[in-house]
Design a binder for this molecule. Structure first.
Ligand code: ZN
Length: 90
């Protein structure tokens, strides 16, 4: 049975590495959302302008209101959790 014990140990190490990697990625993204809450708008690529339907002029991007930045989804979750916490403590 030594081969089965070695196989079980290797699988446990792989699961442990996967859990550690996922935890590191999650903490890193949470830190990024905490430090830099805004990211580039994906629709206008951060320019704040979109070409008009005829293609001759530009107009403001409706998704970011011409700002070129949008709030990150992770920051939206943090804001929701903070509002939930504030609502619960009052
Ligand atoms: Zn935009």
């Amino acid at each position: 049975m030594p081969t089965l014990a070695a196989t079980a140990t290797t699988t446990t190490i792989h699961i442990g590495l996967l859990v550690l990697t996922l935890a590191a990625v999650t903490v890193g993204y949470g830190l990024l959302c905490w430090l830099y809450p805004f990211g580039h708008c994906r629709r206008c690529h951060g320019t704040g302008r979109r070409p008009s339907p005829l293609g001759r002029h530009f107009r403001l991007c409706r998704r970011c209101d011409g700002d070129g930045r949008t709030i990150r989804p992770g920051r939206r979750v943090l804001n929701y959790l903070r509002a939930l916490h504030d609502k619960g403590t009052r």
